[in-house]
Design a protein around this ligand. Structure first.
Ligand code: 13P
Length: 288
C-alpha cells in the first residue's frame, strides 16, 4: 500500500537524514527506483510532475501503474506517490486520483494568494490523510535560457506557511533545478539556518538535488533538510548508459534491439545510482 509521506519525513527530520524524492518518467523509472530503494531498505517518495503525468497518460494511470508495480514487486519499504510542483487544479485532481502526497507550488502567485490556496489545500489533504508540501519564493533554475543563481526564500513568509500546518516546506536556499552552472555560488547555509529557526524546525525540502556537491547536501540535511528531490541526475545516468549500449553496437547484436534489452543498461544504471545516493548522500539506507 502506498503511504502518506508525513511519517517518513518526520522520522528523517528527527534522525538527521533525508528521504529522497526521485521523479518518475515511465515504467522503467518506477521499477528501477523501487528496486534500488528496496535493496537499500530506504523509504522513498516517487515524484511526478504534471508534465510527466501527462506523458504517462494522466494521474489515474500513474496511480494504477505505481500501485500495481509496487504490489507485483512485493515492495516492503514505505513508498509515497507525490505530485511535484502541482498547480491548484492539479493538486485537487491528484488527491481525487489517489496520490498519497501532493505539492502545491503557489510560489509564482502574490504571497496572499499563495497563502490562501495553500491553506485550503492543506486542510483538504489532511482531511483525507495525505501529506502536503508547499513552496515559498522561487527556487531558481533555467527559464527561457536564463540561468539564475538560485533564489532565497523569505524566512517570515516561510514561517507563515509553516504555521498553517504544512507537512514539509520547499524554500529556496540558492538551489537550482537542472544542471548547476560552473559559477554557481553554492547553497546558502545562512538562509537555511534562518528559515529553520523561523519555522520552528519544520522539515525542509531541497529541490534541484542533482549535481550539488555531497558535502553541501550532507550539511543541509544536518541543518533541517529532510527531503531532497532528484530528477536530472537519474536522467543523465540513464542517457549515458543507453548511449554506451548503442555506441558499443549492442543493439545490433542478436536481439539487442528488443526494448527489454535496449532499455536495460539505462535501467540498471538508475538502480545503481539510487543505491549509491541513498547510502552516500541521504543516509536513508536501512531506515525503512
Ligand atoms: P533536479 O532535476 O535538478 O534534480 O530537480 C528535481 C526537482 O527538484 C524536482 O522538483
Amino acid at each position: 500500500m502506498l503511504v502518506s509521506a508525513a511519517e517518513m519525513i518526520n522520522k528523517a527530520h528527527e534522525g538527521h537524514y533525508a528521504v529522497p524524492q526521485y521523479n518518475i518518467n515511465n515504467m522503467e523509472w518506477i521499477v528501477s527506483i523501487l528496486k534500488g530503494c528496496e535493496e537499500t531498505k530506504s523509504p522513498v517518495i516517487l515524484g511526478v510532475s504534471e508534465g510527466a503525468a501527462k506523458y504517462m497518460q494522466g494521474f489515474k494511470n500513474v496511480v494504477a501503474m505505481v500501485t500495481q508495480i509496487h504490489d507485483n514487486m512485493g515492495i516492503t519499504v514505505p513508498v509515497a506517490l507525490h505530485l511535484d510542483h502541482g498547480s491548484y487544479e492539479g493538486a485537487k485532481a491528484c488527491i481525487e486520483a489517489g496520490f498519497t502526497s501532493i505539492m502545491f507550488d503557489g510560489s509564482h502567485f502574490p504571497f496572499e494568494e499563495n497563502l490562501a490556496k495553500s491553506k485550503e489545500l492543506i486542510e483538504l489533504a489532511h482531511s483525507l490523510g495525505k501529506s502536503i508540501e508547499c513552496e515559498v519564493g522561487g527556487i531558481g533554475g533555467e527559464e527561457d535560457g536564463v540561468v539564475s543563481a538560485g533564489e532565497l526564500a523569505d524566512p517570515a513568509e516561510c514561517a507563515t506557511i509553516a504555521n498553517l500546518g504544512v507537512d514539509f516546506l520547499a524554500a529556496g536556499i540558492g538551489n537550482i533545478h537542472g544542471k548547476y552552472p560552473a559559477n554557481w555560488a553554492g547553497l546558502s547555509f545562512d538562509q537555511l539556518e534562518k528559515i529553520q529557526a523561523s519555522t520552528n524546525g519544520k522539515p525542509l525540502v531541497l529541490h534541484g538535488g542533482s549535481g550539488i556537491p555531497s558535502e553541501q547536501v550532507k550539511k543541509a540535511i544536518s541543518m533541517g533538510v529532510s527531503k531532497v528531490n532528484v530528477n536530472t541526475e537519474l536522467q543523465l545516468e540513464f542517457a549515458a548508459a543507453t548511449r554506451a549500449y548503442v555506441e558499443a553496437g549492442k543493439d545490433q547484436q542478436g536481439k539487442g534491439y528488443d526494448p527489454r534489452k535496449l532499455l536495460k543498461a539505462g535501467s540498471d544504471a538508475i538502480v545503481a545510482k539510487v543505491k549509491a545516493m541513498n547510502t552516500d548522500f541521504f543516509g536513508c539506507a536501512g531506515k525503512a
